[in-house]
Design a protein. Structure first.
Length: 252
């Protein structure tokens, strides 16, 4: 896993870091005099795990949070929960023929990435794959929006997305890209085996090379006068719909 130092902000993000990855939490800052019982719970849990805890003034938290809504809790985090691309084969193998990958091609908005991670974690995804360049990375806003999911689902950063798609194909993963102009329906797919679900960025959707490396392009059908395809849906909503179609099939 790659290492970074950063502050994570907000009750959910701090609580998740303390709960799931205490060894990488260097210190927790909590608002002095705050009455929120969740802050007390975070303090108790952090002290139990020998994490340094300090009660500080609200303006000190404001300065550290950099304009984000901290809700009285921030933490200094010594490791970003991202994985190197050479971890992908092991993650796929460990899934024993049921790998479920969410691949995001150039998502720019940290709130969208955080929401995608939250859906991926809830769906039991094997990993979320993101490019190292021209895409938002796992930062404090992403952690806060993900409500702890950034600490529980592997986020794999890759240098060349097209190359990664070729590699996972060789590992027996079927790759399905969502595109508004596709003729096939998402609901016609068999998503019970090793699959990668590929969604594009907010502005341009799937890039040309990414489309070319998909085994099939599909769309989310919409009734009536609704605009056709995932471009009419927020990328995080489309990710949730797509992931939970796979979950439905796997539980059926």
């Amino acid at each position: 896993m790659s290492k970074e130092n950063q502050w994570i902000v907000g009750l959910n993000a701090v609580a998740a870091a303390v709960e799931h990855d205490a060894g990488n939490v260097r210190e927790v800052l909590l608002e002095a005099g705050a009455k929120n019982p969740r802050i007390t719970e975070i303090e108790t849990s952090a002290r139990r795990k020998d994490i340094d805890v300090r009660r500080v003034a609200q303006n000190a938290l404001d300065g550290v949070a950099g304009g984000l809504r901290h809700q009285g809790a921030v933490a200094r985090y010594a490791a970003a929960k991202t994985w190197d691309e050479d971890a992908l084969p092991g993650l796929i193998e460990a899934a024993q023929g049921k790998a479920l990958l969410l691949v995001l091609d150039g998502v720019q908005d940290p709130h969208n990435l955080g929401a995608c991670l939250r859906s991926a974690a809830a769906a039991g995804a094997t990993a979320v794959v993101i490019p190292r360049d021209k895409a938002v990375q796992v930062n404090a806003t992403v952690r806060k929006t993900s409500a702890g999911a950034a600490d529980s689902v592997p986020v794999v950063r890759v240098t060349n997305l097209s190359r990664t798609l070729r590699e996972v194909q060789r590992l027996g993963v079927w790759i399905y890209g969502l595109a508004g102009d596709a003729g096939a329906s998402l609901y016609a797919l068999d998503l019970r085996g090793n699959v990668a679900l590929v969604l594009g960025g907010e502005a341009d959707g799937l890039r040309r090379l990414t489309r070319e490396h998909c085994d099939q392009l599909v769309t989310i059908p919409m009734p009536g006068d609704a605009a056709q395809g995932v471009e009419s849906l927020n990328v995080s909503v489309a990710a949730g719909v797509t992931l939970f179609e796979a979950v439905r099939q796997r539980l059926g």
